[in-house]
Design a protein around this ligand. Structure first.
Ligand SMILES: NC(=O)c1ccc[n+]([C@@H]2O[C@H](COP(=O)([O-])OP(=O)(O)OC[C@H]3O[C@@H](n4cnc5c(N)ncnc54)[C@H](OP(=O)(O)O)[C@@H]3O)[C@@H](O)[C@H]2O)c1
Length: 253
């Protein structure tokens, strides 16, 4: 049985990831920022015992290190970190370079860099230190995005932070391999999470499904299955990889 810290576990991909680990017998700490009821609902769905729910706004200074301390206290240790929480693109944080006032541009950039990049970096630091002290190895999986490769013209800060997250994983994979710690990333394309339901049901739904030659978008369970595999000892040799999970909607050369 492993102890797993999943950030952003109150819904969507994070909830599916928490379920995937719990179903294989692991103990999970589910972090959320604001939606305690949905985080508790994730907890309720987890099979097994010893799971925990932890609140943290990862945009706040010091929150990441404290979250790891609290996860270790709740679970006894952390063997696996899944950096899934993020500020995702919404109508409210759309910031195309042409037409966005500087104050709005700076506000969105700073929030996305804080939550999507600096917090995962701090979480990696704290979990790596814990794992190195224990000496038993472990795994870190970062949830990046297809947008890192394809470009995000309306959300450049989002695409940039996800590209940086992939690069962070590659650097840490090299640095942490001598300690038996594997670091990987997944780069999902469009995924049918609760946040995306209205867009999929609306007029652009058909175009979103047509992005993939499979004629559909991905599911949170498909992302979770790969995250779960990448965190397993069998995937140690994949350390440093960025796995494209986009239904052949975007092929990297
Ligand atoms: N869905 C997609 O199409 C898609 C595609 C590519 C990549 N991704 C990436 O996959 C991850 C999960 O996506 P999703 O669609 O499942 O996400 P989501 O529905 O937007 O959920 C985001 C999660 O992150 C947490 N969160 C947000 N801001 C936070 C903060 N400041 N501090 C701590 N936690 C915070 C939220 O907690 P609360 O609920 O408590 O606020 C929630 O649990 C994200 O990193 C996203 O960028 C998603």
């Amino acid at each position: 049985m492993r102890s797993v810290l999943v950030t952003g576990g109150s819904r969507g991909i994070g909830r599916a990831v928490a379920l995937a680990f719990a179903r294989s017998g692991d103990r999970v700490a589910v972090q959320y920022a604001s939606d305690r009821a949905e985080a508790e609902e994730t907890l309720r769905q987890l099979p097994g015992e010893g799971h925990a729910v932890l609140r943290a706004d990862l945009g706040e200074s010091g929150a990441a290190e404290q979250l790891v301390e609290r996860a270790v206290a709740a679970l006894g240790s952390v063997d696996v970190l899944v950096n899934n929480a993020g500020v995702a693109p919404t109508a409210a944080n759309r910031h195309p370079v042409a037409g966005t006032p500087l104050a709005d541009w700076q506000r969105v950039w700073r929030r996305m860099v804080d939550v999507n990049l600096l917090a995962p970096a701090d979480l990696c630091w704290a979990v790596a230190r814990h794992l190195i002290e224990r000496g038993d190895g472990g795994a870190i999986v970062n949830v990046g995005s297809r947008g890192a490769f394809k470009g995000e013209p309306d959300f450049p800060a989002y695409g940039t932070t996800k590209a940086a997250l992939h690069a962070l994983g590659q650097s840490l994979a090299v640095a942490l391999a001598p300690h038996g710690i594997a670091v990987t990333s997944v780069a999902p394309g469009f995924v049918a999470t609760e946040r995306q339901a209205a867009r999929l049901a609306g007029p652009e739904g058909a175009d979103l499904r047509a992005q993939s030659p499979f004629g559909r978008v991905g599911t949170a369970e498909e992302i979770a299955a790969t995250v779960h595999f990448l965190a397993s000892p069998a995937a140690m040799w994949a350390s440093g990889t960025v796995v494209d999970l986009n239904g052949a909607s975007h092929l990297r050369l």
